[in-house]
Design a protein around this ligand. Structure first.
Ligand code: ADP
Ligand code: MG
Length: 754
């Protein structure tokens, strides 16, 4: 018997697979539903069977397919592996592989792939054929348990931060049975995709999924320990995640004419349109027909892949849209988000559109994020972040609520680091985006509840809580009180926290590893303090010990709570007074991963080894530099080969015109405007040329720096500022010259053309 997830000889003990991934489907009677389930649609903590079957679309190796292609015992084996982490035997793995193969062949697949998420934005696949030739004219379709469980892709070109030298190219991908296999259809070709983790020969994780599974396993255990204070029947907790994904759509024809969009994902030059988002008429406005057709098609394909997409709408900026699935178990939700981005891009192409997932594709226009809605739900079906009708008496809620706030306060820099990318730097703190200061929004009602709680005003006469810390399931009332503060990076929204600062192109796993680890670590600390407190004082009730500890936490942690306008200058000043950091650049933000506290936190809790942490941070410094390197090169090219030649052509026409007019006797005074434009153009060309040269110089200086961290800092402080001044000159030129001479599609074309 071997661990179903990977080869035990390489990784034994390195990763405990978490138990059941999704809240177990259970039938609820009406009376149960009225108590255990809050009334709001999206708030349903228990996913019932009919919903589950909707989620598993026809291209997912889900319950329906299993029944047909697997024996009863194999179905149970998969379910137990996913639910309880029970290992799958060689024999069962062989049978499951056989079933998967038959199922995918019946659906028209010829190839399979281990699907994983390496440490760069996208997903990776290497397709193998089921077909094995036997003789010259015969062959057989084969797929063994071994091929299902483990593969050895040549991994030398995936980033490893120095963990794996290129001569030791081996990396292993290993099956994650908690995330169902699916069939991906692209360009009419269907491939069986098996979700896997990706590790090096020496056992270090080289992907996003492996540490996420570890962090989730950690928080499930930690949350269960704390939830048991309130209900002894709780034996497990699930972490749920719903990811709202923002994106832009542009016409593919425009996209193809913009080397900056094609190579760097964002426009490096481009003057703001006359009509921007000032009117905010796009937000929730009607969706253009062509976009709607794309959305419907994309949703259908997503549903087939088991991604439970529910909402779609326009976003704040013109050309910007959003979609959101129903929340799911976090590992599945992260896989689904990666898959969703992939599907979105390929479906858009079929509609002549291009999806822009960059955090800030257009200057001066709203950026895109990925709101991570997160909560903890017990296996008894209770969302511990549901405040109920009287949060002041709901000690279980207050416990999880305050512990989360404390974790965010204590580790704000790590959360900031988790979302740091070159793309997100343009968004954080910029127009219509959460600031780089990590703060928590809880809404007035809950802020008052916390103030009263801290001041011991919580014990009301006749309180339901008297004599017991079990509050029961109270219907929601708070949803409308926690008004929507769109400016907060970390907001409590009714019955969940929403981490909004995550970048739209990012893999959510990075931020979710940090969030789950810091909260789990905090819950473990809390439980330790409570148990010690109870032991120390024989007479005190657990409830009172809990309250005293939580009050102690609030003293400092409440500094992170902020309900005002996060975009304002006053907040930047106020945050400074409160001692909250405002880290505006990626190279500075990433340093948090290398701090003593971070190393302690991750290593002690077995999320990352010290080596893994260093390697990951190195990869992120490198990715930052790589992004800026590409942007720098593309910008050089755009200025030298597109902008300057076009401007000169216009200038020549103007000069010819001036000459012609002078020849027929017009005076210089009469040609004042034209002469002025000519000089302005010359001055701007000189400035552009000079800055462009400076930028090339700074780039080559920075490239010589061997240390990735220092190289990133140099790119940030020496190279990047020149992008802005180059852009400024180019945008001024764009405003000066004839539209028909401008060599690139303009913002108006891209944002408003449908
Ligand atoms: P918003 O007001 O932010 O648009 P929605 O209710 O539309 O909020 O939810 C946004 C996302 O949050 C959806 O993906 C939804 O499924 C998810 N969500 C709702 N409840 C929870 C929960 N308890 N845990 C995690 N995600 C949730
Ligand atoms: Mg939201």
């Amino acid at each position: 018997m071997y661990s179903y997830c990977y080869m035990s000889e390489i990784c034994s003990g390195y990763l405990k697979i978490p138990k059941r991934q999704m809240p177990s489907p259970k039938k609820t009677t009406n009376s149960q539903a009225s108590t255990a389930q809050p009334t709001r649609k999206n708030d349903n903590p228990v996913l019932n069977e009919s919903k589950i079957s909707n989620y598993f679309g026809e291209n997912v190796f889900g319950p329906g397919a299993q029944k047909e292609f697997l024996s009863k015992s194999a179905v149970t084996a998969i379910e137990d592996a996913a639910k309880h982490g029970t290992p799958i035997s060689h024999k069962q793995a062989d049978e499951i592989a056989q079933g998967m193969k038959e199922w995918s062949l019946s659906k028209g697949c010829t190839h399979y792939t281990h699907w994983f998420q390496p440490l760069r934005g996208t997903t990776a696949e290497k397709h193998d054929s089921f077909f094995e030739p036997l003789t010259q004219d015969t062959g057989v379709e084969k797929f063994s348990g071994k091929s299902l469980v483990q593969q050895e892709p040549d991994a030398s070109s995936f980033p490893s931060g120095g963990i794996r030298n290129t001569f030791e190219a081996r990396g292993y991908s290993a099956w994650d049975p908690s995330s169902p296999a699916f069939i991906m259809e692209k360009g009419g070709v269907k491939t069986l995709c098996i979700p896997t983790i990706f590790v090096s020969y020496t056992g270090e994780a080289l992907d996003y999924k492996a540490p996420l599974l570890k962090a989730v396993s950690f928080i499930r255990k930690a949350a269960t320990g704390v939830a048991q204070y309130f209900d002894a029947k709780v034996t497990d907790c699930n972490i749920s995640l719903g990811v709202e994904q923002e994106y832009f759509l542009v016409d593919e024809k425009h996209f193809q004419l913009r080397p900056d969009l094609m190579l760097s994902g964002r426009t490096l030059v481009g003057s703001a349109p006359a009509k921007g988002q000032q009117l905010e008429d796009h937000y929730f406005g009607s969706i253009p027909n062509r976009v709607l057709a794309f959305m419907a098609d994309f949703e259908e394909k997503a549903h087939k892949l088991g991604i439970p997409l529910r909402t779609r709408h326009n976003e704040v900026a013109p050309g910007q849209f959003e979609c959101a699935p129903q929340f799911e178990e976090i590992n599945l939700a992260v896989d689904h988000n990666s898959l969703l981005m992939d599907v979105m891009e390929s479906v858009a192409e079929e509609h002549g559109l291009k999806v822009l997932l960059h955090e800030k594709p257009f200057k001066g226009v709203n950026g895109s994020g990925k709101h991570n809605n997160w909560s903890i739900i017990t296996n008894t079906g209770v969302n511990v972040l549901s405040p109920g009708s009287s949060p002041e008496q709901n000690l279980q809620f207050l416990t999880f609520f305050i512990n989360t706030i404390k974790a965010v306060y204590d580790h704000a820099d790590l959360l900031r680091a988790s979302i740091a990318t070159a793309g997100n730097d343009h968004r954080l703190g910029a127009n219509e985006a959460p600031p780089a200061i990590v703060s928590v929004f809880v809404g007035d009602t809950l802020e008052n509840v916390l103030t009263d709680f801290e001041g011991k005003k919580d014990a009301k006469a006749g309180s339901k809580a008297a004599g017991s810390i079990k509050i029961g399931h109270i219907p929601e009332i708070l949803l409308d009180n926690t008004d929507r503060n769109r400016t907060s990076p970390f907001a409590f929204t009714g019955n969940k926290f929403e981490f909004r600062a995550v970048g739209s192109s990012d893999n959510c796993a990075s931020s979710m590893v940090v969030l789950n680890t810091i909260v789990a670590n905090q819950l473990v600390q809390f439980k330790k303090e409570v148990d010690e407190g109870v032991k120390a004082s024989k007479s005190a009730k657990t409830e009172d010990v809990i309250k005293t500890i939580l009050r102690g936490y609030l003293k400092d942690s409440k500094k992170v709570i902020f309900g005002g306008n996060g975009y304002s200058e006053e907040w930047v000043k106020e945050a400074k007074k409160r001692g909250l950091n405002n880290i505006t650049t990626t190279p500075a933000a990433l340093e948090a991963y290398l701090s003593k506290e971070a190393v302690n936190l991750f290593v002690k809790n077995n999320i990352f080894s010290h080596k893994e942490l260093e390697a990951r941070t190195e990869i992120r410094f490198e990715s930052y530099v790589l992004r800026l390197q590409i942007e720098g090169r593309v910008l050089n090219e755009i200025i030298q080969n597109y902008v300057i030649p076009s401007v000169i052509r216009f200038q020549k026409r103007l000069a010819d015109n001036v000459n012609a007019l002078m020849a027929v006797g017009q005076s210089k005074a009469q040609l004042k405007a034209q002469l002025e434009i000519l000089s302005e153009i010359s001055a701007l060309i000189n400035k552009l040329h000079e800055d462009n040269r400076k930028m090339t110089n700074e780039r080559s200086k920075a490239n010589k720096i061997a240390d990735a961290h220092k190289r990133a800092l140099a790119y940030c402080s020496k190279v990047k500022p020149l992008f802005d001044s180059i852009r400024e000159s180019s945008d001024l030129l764009e405003q000066l010259i004839d539209d028909s001479d401008w060599p690139l599609p303009k913002y108006t074309d891209m944002l408003f053309a449908r």
